[in-house]
Design a protein around this ligand. Structure first.
Ligand code: GAF
Length: 387
């Protein structure tokens, strides 16, 4: 992303003065989908696409003057007025400001202009990139950088819950804040312990194919999926008063079978996927350590199948891209992120890369009248101050 471009817009739209520039990335996730809010494991990494913001205190008590460079939209609001702005992009600024204030940061009014190159609605978490970028800026400008990285992750998640209507887990904000170049991270979402995994699969590439079906989690059945999982946990807990059951992480296959009839087939299927996915992430970690990419790929296909048939967060276009990957002999392929549109993530042997991309683009175009967008994955650093 171009620093000079963001700076020129900041200067033009405000009082001619410059501020500080901050950047935060979007993310990929190798495996471990919809496991974060179930206390399971995820395997994300930050990417080289994200959000860049220039920010500067403006001398007011609580007026935010915000400009979205990409949307060419300006919104001014008082973050203490109790309502906040209507524009959905500005609600991320509003929400994170209040959440950082709750953490003790004495935020005052500020000007902000921001732009992004992480594709919107592609399942690469442009929203977490915004939250963590703004949190990083507020922490630096008003908080002496005293707020910890984990608190910024949680502030981003709380922004989604409290101001944007998405009951998400912590994977996206975590990846955006903690990302490191060349490394994926295995996060245990229950204990919040994590480990960096250098990721340089010799002879393979990771590539995303964007179906260009725009995924939108707000108001989507994403929250329903989470409710289904919580319902299953409630039933299992009621049957086992002797145990502690907070999330599906605490539940076994046998316990799930015990409540199958009570919870109904739909909630059963959702939980069944989550238990399988929890195991798959661990299997992929072992396979990566052993350099066994065939197993990594096999697990990715299994995840796709589960997300499509059990969790039901796929769509025709994503299934089509997955089928093409299979036909081409691609090592692994699956829906990435929340689903309902967005990208597939593909683990492809170097020699298969060109023919796969060519075939996928051609066939997708023939069927849907548009080519999927292709993004080569470059694992990059997390939130940071640029200057
Ligand atoms: C979205 C959410 F924001 C994440 O918390 C996670 O649940 C993901 O969907 C699915 O793995 O990106």
């Amino acid at each position: 992303m171009d620093i000079e471009f963001v700076r020129s817009r900041f200067i033009k739209h405000f009082d001619g003065k410059t501020g500080n520039i901050y950047a935060s990335p979007g993310r990929i996730n190798l495996i471990g989908e919809h496991t974060d809010y179930n206390g399971g494991f995820v395997f994300p990494g930050a990417v080289d696409k994200g959000i860049m913001a220039e920010m500067r205190p403006n001398g007011t008590e609580s007026t935010i003057r915000a400009y979205s460079i990409d949307l060419k939209d300006r919104v001014d609001f008082d973050f203490h007025d109790g309502q906040g702005p209507r524009a959905s992009w500005a609600r991320y600024i509003y929400g994170i400001t209040l959440e950082m204030e709750k953490l003790g940061v004495p935020v005052k009014g500020f000007n902000i202009a921001f732009a992004g190159d992480v594709p919107l609605g592609a399942g690469m978490s442009s929203s977490a990139a915004m939250e963590s970028c703004f949190a990083c800026g507020l922490n630096d400008l008003f908080g002496d950088n005293k707020v910890s990285k984990w608190d910024m992750v949680l502030a981003g998640q709380a922004t989604e819950h409290n101001y944007c209507g998405v009951n998400c887990g912590i994977m996206d904000q975590f990846a955006s804040v903690f990302g490191q170049a060349g490394k994926l991270m295995r996060l245990d979402c229950r204990s919040r312990e994590f480990e960096y995994f250098p990721f340089d699969p010799k002879g393979y590439k990771l590539v995303l194919l964007n179906s260009c079906v725009k995924h939108e989690l707000a108001g989507s059945p994403y929250n329903d999926r989470r409710n289904s999982c919580e319902n299953v946990v409630k039933h299992i807990a009621a049957k086992h008063p002797e145990g502690t059951f907070e999330t599906l992480r605490d539940c076994t296959w046998e316990q799930l079978e015990e409540v199958r009839a009570e919870v109904g087939e739909e909630d059963y299927k959702r939980a069944h996927f989550v238990l399988g996915e929890k195991d798959r992430v661990l299997a992929v970690c072992d396979a990566l350590v052993a350099g066994d990419y065939e197993t990594v790929g096999k697990k990715m296909y299994e995840t796709h199948e589960g997300l499509s048939k059990e969790y039901e967060v796929s769509c025709e276009e994503l299934d089509f891209l997955n089928d093409i990957a299979k036909e081409c002999g691609v090592t692994g392929s699956r829906i990435m992120g929340g689903g309902f549109g967005g990208c597939t993530i593909n683990l492809v042997k170097d020699e298969m890369y060109e023919p796969f991309i060519k075939t996928a683009c051609q066939k997708y175009y023939e069927k849907y009248g548009k080519a999927p967008k292709v993004y080569d994955v470059v694992i990059s650093d997390g939130s940071r101050k640029i200057c």
